[in-house]
Design a protein around this ligand. Structure first.
Ligand code: SF4
Length: 170
């Protein structure tokens, strides 16, 4: 399917949707169905948002709508580097997938071959290469999930800090 048709049907294919896809099957299902309730007053969410605003406010961005918004961008217009920060030390694969999605979006929207840099805790920086095939497989999976019932929750490491835990594990 031509990717611009994604805009007219199915879930919103954003970086956050891809992030959830690689985090937890329940989270992503709730998100694409528009049913994920995020408590706005949660102190960790508020402090995380504030930290991001302070960190990225003076950095250059690249409009990747409707596919989401990367944290910041450097480099030239023809050879940009898209940056994404990870607040987690161990739970980094979802962020890599999110960044690969933005590299795909840069190609899709502007025809440019961007590379990625993932900024980990403690200042480590990891290069992330494009993998458009993997990203399109993620998009297909997101569309498929729209037609599926909610998966059974499985206890995973991130359940501990998850805003949905009271629903999964009453
Ligand atoms: S509590 Fe665990 S299983 Fe439930 S949505 Fe969160 S991460 Fe997924």
């Amino acid at each position: 399917m031509p990717s611009n048709q994604l805009l007219n049907q199915g879930p919103k294919i954003t970086g956050l949707a891809v992030f959830y896809l690689h985090s937890c099957s329940v989270l992503v299902w709730l998100w694409i169905q528009g049913q994920l309730v995020i408590p706005q007053q949660n102190k960790f969410i508020r402090s995380g948002r504030k930290a991001d605003e302070q960190k990225f406010s003076n950095k250059r961005s690249l409009d990747l709508m409707p596919y989401g918004k990367a944290d910041w961008v450097t480099g030239t217009q023809t050879e940009p580097v898209i940056h994404e920060g990870s607040r987690s030390k161990q739970h980094t694969e979802p962020k890599r997938a999110q960044l690969r999605h933005y590299l795909w979006a840069a190609k899709e929207l502007y025809g440019i071959d961007a590379t990625g840099q993932l900024h980990l805790k403690r200042g480590d920086v990891e290069r992330v290469e494009p993998d458009h095939e993997a990203v399109e497989a993620d998009h297909t999976r997101l569309r498929e999930m729209l037609e599926e019932p909610m998966p059974e929750p499985e206890r995973i490491r991130i359940c501990k800090g998850c805003t949905n835990k009271d629903w999964c594990w009453p």
